[in-house]
Design a protein around this ligand. Structure first.
Ligand code: SF4
Length: 322
C-alpha cells in the first residue's frame, strides 16, 4: 500500500504486473529519522494523501517529448500521459530501464530491475509512444515540434584512467549483467566502495568467491542511507569481504589491482576486477538540448547522479509542471 496506493484494486482486478513494488531500500525509514518527512522511493504521493491519489488532468493538452527511458524518463512519461498529454519517449538503446537494467544480475536487487519493467508497462498502457534505438538530438527535437522536452538522459560510468583498466578481465559494474562470464576465478577485486561497489561485492561473495573491496576514502558506502548502511556493512563482514579503505588504485595487472596506501604500493590480488567508482551526469548531451523546445526540463541522473527516489520524484513533478 505504501508503494502503490492502487494495490488493492490491482490485486482485485488481477493486474499484479502493474503493482509498483517495494524496493526494500529503507528510504522511508531513513527520511523519518533524518528529515521527519514521509517519503517512499517509488510513490511520490506518500504523505500527501489528503490531496487525493489522482493525477490532475492538464488544462491544455500538449505534445511532450521525453529523451531517455530510465526510471526518471519513464516516470515522467507515465505521469504526463495520465494528465492527458500526448507523450513520445525516445530511448537511444534497444531497451528501457536505464541503469536499472544492470540490477537484474544481482538477486537481492531484482525488485529494482523489475521497477523498470513495471514502469514500462504502465507507460505503454497509458498510451506513451515509445521509440527505441532513437536518440533525441537537437535536429530530432526540431522535427518533432514538441511543446515540451523532458531531458532524462542519465549518467555514464566513470572509468579511472589507470593502466590496464581496459583489460579483458576488467568489467564495469553497470555491464556486469552483460559480461558476467568475464568474471572468472575464486578471488575478485571490486574497485570502488560506494553503494554499487558494496552491493556487487556482497553478491560476488555470496557466489562463494573471495572478494577484496578497495576504496580510496576512509569509509564505505557513504552514499547509502542511514538505515541501509549498517545492514550493508554487517553483510560485508558476514560474507567475509576483505575491505581495503584508504587505498588508491594505481594500475590493473593480470595479478590484480596495485594500490597506494600509507606511502606504499601493495597488490590486492584477483583474477578479475570490477570497476565501480561511480557515475557522471551526461551534461554534454543535456547542454545540446537546452534550447530544443519552448519548455525544457531536466530530471534524474543527468542533473547529478543520485538514487531512484530522486529520479521518481523529479520525473513526477516535471510532468505535473507541464
Ligand atoms: S521507501 Fe523503499 S523500502 Fe520504503 S516503502 Fe518505499 S520502496 Fe519500500
Amino acid at each position: 500500500m505504501k508503494t502503490d496506493p492502487f494495490l488493492p484494486s490491482k490485486v482485485a482486478e488481477n493486474r499484479d504486473d502493474e503493482i509498483v513494488r517495494c524496493l526494500r531500500c529503507f528510504v522511508c525509514m531513513a527520511e523519518r529519522g533524518t528529515t521527519q518527512t514521509r517519503r517512499c522511493s517509488v510513490n511520490p504521493l506518500i504523505g500527501r494523501e489528503w490531496e487525493g491519489n489522482e493525477i490532475p488532468e492538464a488544462r491544455k493538452k500538449k505534445k511532450v517529448l521525453v529523451a531517455g527511458g530510465g526510471v526518471a524518463g519513464l516516470e515522467a512519461a507515465w505521469t504526463a500521459a495520465r494528465r492527458g498529454h500526448q507523450v513520445v519517449l525516445c530511448e537511444k538503446s534497444d531497451r528501457l530501464g536505464g541503469i536499472l537494467k544492470s540490477e537484474q544480475a544481482i538477486d537481492f536487487k531484482h525488485e529494482m530491475y523489475e521497477l523498470g519493467l513495471t514502469l514500462e508497462k504502465l507507460a505503454r498502457e497509458e498510451g506513451v509512444q515509445i521509440r527505441l534505438n532513437t536518440e533525441v538530438t537537437p535536429e530530432y527535437a526540431e522535427k518533432e515540434q514538441a511543446d515540451a522536452l523532458i531531458i532524462a538522459v542519465g549518467s555514464r560510468p566513470i572509468v579511472p584512467p589507470l593502466p590496464g583498466i581496459d583489460g579483458d578481465h576488467v568489467v564495469i559494474v553497470n555491464n556486469y549483467y552483460l559480461e558476467k562470464d568475464k568474471v572468472k576465478g575464486g578471488e575478485v577485486v571490486v574497485l570502488g566502495g560506494g553503494l554499487a561497489g558494496c552491493e556487487c561485492a556482497i553478491h560476488l561473495a555470496r557466489e562463494g568467491r573471495k572478494v577484496h573491496l578497495v576504496e580510496m576514502r576512509g569509509e564505505l558506502a557513504p552514499d547509502a542511507n542511514i538505515r541501509h548502511r549498517p545492514i550493508l556493512l554487517k553483510e560485508l563482514e558476514d560474507r567475509g569481504v576483505v575491505c581495503h579503505t584508504n587505498h588508491q588504485g594505481l594500475r590493473v595487472t593480470e595479478e590484480g589491482l596495485w594500490c597506494k596506501t600509507r606511502g606504499e604500493e601493495v597488490l590486492i590480488p584477483g583474477t578479475s576486477v570490477i570497476c565501480a567508482v561511480g557515475q557522471k551526469a551526461r551534461r554534454d548531451v543535456v547542454e545540446t538540448l537546452l534550447d530544443s523546445a519552448p519548455v525544457v526540463k531536466q530530471i534524474g541522473d543527468c542533473i547529478r547522479p543520485a538514487n531512484i527516489c530522486m529520479a521518481v520524484y523529479q520525473g513526477y513533478h516535471a510532468a505535473l509542471d507541464i
